[in-house]
Design a protein around this ligand. Structure first.
Ligand SMILES: C[S@@+](CC[C@H](N)C(=O)[O-])C[C@H]1O[C@@H](n2cnc3c(N)ncnc32)[C@H](O)[C@@H]1O
Length: 273
């Protein structure tokens, strides 16, 4: 089948405006979207079978990023598996804020709950003088982060640590984290795509969603964040006030709340007093 006909059939099957159809076809055929027009060719039987299988699973609700095993974040490609959360566009607000703050400074950065590594790796890629450490609690997750560090050509460190149970070694100038922050009860009401496919451990922030902020601010940062060090969190749209209170209680200063492009509260930053 020629590529043009395949594109329109896949669009129809997905009920999609073309974005996902092109992404799938490009992924399987290894043709760029420009190639579809400039160098069209017939797809092989094997490619067709692979595309049909992806479309079928996609129509059953499986996230495309898991089906293709990759996604885009901050203009970079990241591998994702069922062990890792799919990086969200919202999280780019946090990363952009931290990159702006660090600039060319020579700093050590700890990314707590790194998952695919999207936050720490994007920082390492954009802030050449940083030494970034990626932390998560399982070897399988860190393996994905390692592959993503290689894929994006950054030299970072890795720490396996359950942040609720242990304090990682070292001292850092910056702690950045997009921790699990959904209230336990709310997880049941989440969209099926999220609930059925994404790891619950990446989402569950305890009964009030604040468990990780409290642990990091009250018990982790006092031991491993330098005095005057910078902390930056992604937060749920309705958690700004609560996270600011946690930071104030722990004597953090220069506390700032930032919104994402959809005008939701999304990032809180502060300085260790
Ligand atoms: C919301 S996800 C964020 C993933 C990634 N940083 C991102 O922004 O896409 C939270 C991450 O925290 C990790 N996590 C959950 N519980 C943890 C724990 N007790 N210790 C360390 N990491 C944990 C999860 O494995 C997951 O990767």
């Amino acid at each position: 089948m020629v590529i043009g006909q395949l594109r329109s059939e896949v669009r129809d099957e997905l009920g999609d405006n073309g974005h996902e159809a092109d992404w799938i076809i490009s992924h399987v055929t290894k043709m760029s979207q420009a190639d579809f027009v400039l160098h069209p060719r017939d797809v092989t039987e094997e490619e067709l079978k692979a595309i049909e299988e992806i479309v079928e699973r996609r129509n059953q609700g499986e996230p495309l990023q898991y089906l293709l095993g990759e996604t885009e974040f901050m203009g970079l490609t990241f591998k994702v598996t069922e062990d890792t959360l799919i990086p969200r566009a919202d999280t780019e607000t946090l990363v952009e804020e931290v990159i702006r703050k660090i600039g060319k400074k020579k700093l050590t950065v700890l990314d707590i709950g790194t998952g695919s590594g999207c936050i720490g790796i994007s920082i390492a890629k954009n802030c050449k003088n940083t030494q970034v450490t990626l932390l998560d609690y399982s070897e399988a997750i860190l393996q994905v982060a390692k592959e993503n560090a290689d894929l994006n050509g950054v030299n970072v460190d890795f720490v396996k640590c359950d942040i609720l149970e242990e304090i990682p070694e070292g001292v850092f100038d910056v702690i950045v984290s997009n921790p699990p922050y959904i209230e336990t009860d709310t997880i049941f009401s989440l969209d099926n795509m999220v609930k059925s496919y994404e790891p619950v451990e990446a989402l569950d922030g305890g009964f009030d969603g604040l468990l990780f902020y409290q642990r990091i601010v009250e018990e982790v940062a006092p031991k491993i964040l330098k005095d005057g060090g910078y902390i930056a969190f992604e937060i749920g749209y309705n958690q700004g006030e609560a996270v600011i209170d946690i930071l104030k209680e722990a004597d953090f200063v220069s506390i700032k709340l930032k919104k994402d492009p959809c005008d939701n509260d999304r990032v809180v930053t502060a300085k260790k007093g």
